[in-house]
Structure formats: C-alpha cells, structure tokens
Design a protein around this ligand. Sequence first.
Ligand code: EPU
Length: 346
Amino acid sequence: MFRQENYDLSAHNTFRMKVRCACFIEYESLEELLSLDLSALPQPVKHIGEGSNLLFTGDFPGTILHSNIEFIKYVDMGFDEVPVMVGAGVHFDDLVAQTCRHGLWGLENLSLIPGEAGAAVVQNIGAYGVEIGDLVSGVVCYDTLERKKVRFSTAECAYAYRDSFFKHQNDRYIVTSVLLRLSRAYKPTLTYKGISERFAGRTDLTPMEVREAIIAIRRDKLPDPDLIGSAGSFFKNPVIDTLCFSSLIDRARARLGPDVQIPHYLLPGGFVKVPAAWLIDSLGLKGAREGGAGLYEKQPLVMVNSDGNASPGDILALESRIVSEVADNWGITLYPEVEHLPGVQA
Ligand code: EPU
C-alpha cells in the first residue's frame, strides 16, 4: 500500500490541475482496502479512478483513495455469452483492447475512453450508441458504512444516461470489481452515423475493426489526452420536454434564420435530447477562453486546459459563462457531466 501526505495530484486528474490532497492512498487488494480505517483518515475521503471525469476546484482537504486492483478473468464455457470479471483499477481501454483481441463483442464502441473500470460503471460511460450499463451483469463493492463486501445486480445499479445508483450514495460504496457480459456471437452496434456510413453493407466485421474505426473518429474530434488536459465532455446533453423544444425552435429561428435545423434525438415519454455541443457552437462559443481554460475548437462540449496552466478558477469561470449564455439565449440549463470536488484555493 502506498500512502503519502500533502500529495501532488497533477498526475491523477486528466484536466492536469496542479492541486494537492492532504493524504493519498493507493491499495493493491480488497484485503488492503478492508484494513483501512477510513474514519481515521483526513476527511472527506474520496475514491477516484484516473481522475478523467473530475474537476478538483482547489487543494483537496481530505484523503484520495485509488485502487490498483487489476485483473481480467474470462468465464468462457463455450456459450455465445462470455462473462468477464474485471478489477476496478484496470485501465478501461486496456480492457477494451484485450476483449477486442479475443474477438468478443460489446466494448469496441467504448474504445479510447479514458479512465478505469470501477469509475466506468459508476459513471455509466457511453459513446457511439453503447453505454457500459448495457453490458454490466453485476458490480461488487466495499460498503464503507457497514464495512463489508456487497453485490449489486444490473437492476440495482439503476443505469440511466451518465447516471447510476452509485452516483446518489454519497460515496458510500467503493467498486472493487465488475462482471460484464460480452458476446462471441456477431453483435456490432453501428447506430452512430459516422460508423453506419463507414460499414454500410458489411456483415463480416470484427470487434477490432470497429475499435479501430472508433479510435480514428475520436482522434479526429477529441483532444489527445497525452498532449492537452481535459475531462472529456464537460456538460451533459440536456433532455427537455416538447414545450421547451418548441420554444428553442422559435428562439433559433429568430436568431439563426427560418431554415435552421436543430440536431435532436427523440426519447420515450415525449422528451427530446439536444446536443449541448450545438447549443454552445451556435452561439459562436467554439474556442471561447477564460484564462487558461478554453472550449476545444473541434468539439466545444470539451473544455480544455489550453496552455497547461489553467487554474480551477479559470475552468469554473468558463463553465459559468457558458451556462449563463446558453440559459440566456436558448432558455436551457446545462449541467456539468464532470464531477466537481470541493477544494481550498491555494
Ligand atoms: N455539434 C455541433 N458542433 C460541434 C460538434 C458537435 O453542433 O462542433 C453537434 C452536432 O449536431 C453533432 C452533435 O453535436 O451531431 C453531437 O456531437 P457528437 O457526436 O460529437 O457527440 P456529443 O453528443 O457532443 C456524446 C458524448 C461523448 C461521446 C459522443 C459520441 C455526452 C455528454 N458526450 O457527445 O462522450 O464520445 O457522444 O457518442 O454524452 C464524454 O462523455 O466525455 C464524451 C466524450
């Protein structure tokens, strides 16, 4: 087990905020986790993955926990469905690469998403028509309140768009491993426009071929995490009712002309999902800056640490500017996708 006080978190958040925490602990096994008296550590205690969906709003006053539980086990009994058990600390894209190499369908559309398996099932990560919740058979956690191991079925995880049961439990549960169901039978998901066009008419794809296409799309649209700090999409795509959508159409016609087309997806129950990227882009906010924080030119939903020196204050200033401009002009409230952790300004 690794433990250090007053620890530099720069390498533990993909936004590359130069912040510290009072205490940092990295454990290697469930036994090591169970041996910790969490109540005796500097508070609050927060468990992170790779910090790829987090904003530290300043120095973190408590303890940051990180799992190094890394294993991938296949329960291959010759059926089409192949259960795969994964340790929470596994780098998610290593898992995707390995399962694609084994010819298993399921995770290929989630290629290149930064982060770790444990955080992926809390956040219900999704891309190109697939969400990890669609593939989860169960999640094993450490219950920090009862101090015991607990299991959650798919239904108990209550998956929804970028949401799960775990996100509403005040960090009570720490994910230690995940059970996924992948498929040996041919099962590509080709609903995303760029993918369906590329593979039109094909019935002989491999998971690796789809993975490579997804990687090419992501490399083209999204910043390279090795070169530029970000936390992926900063805001969720808002889901609005039809009344609100009609009012958006009126506002858009008045502002952008009568022929404006608003991209949108119809959802059950009369709801409409509108891409936050469009709401931002249509206000000319691509590339908007506040200090070192900026909106990425190719995908304005992604906020970036433009010069490597953005402070949490710069990110928060840009966030509130975008939220206000979208609310004032489109009458829609954007909510962050990125989790904001409490911080003390240095
Ligand atoms: N758009 C613009 N201008 C732009 C870019 C996009 O108007 O510069 C509009 C277009 O109409 C486009 C639409 O926004 O069709 C959607 O854009 P995109 O396909 O890039 O997806 P997104 O809705 O912005 C979501 C996820 C991404 C995921 C992609 C692909 C959220 C918050 N984000 O983005 O996830 O990779 O779909 O499936 O749901 C992440 O969560 O960090 C992330 C990157």
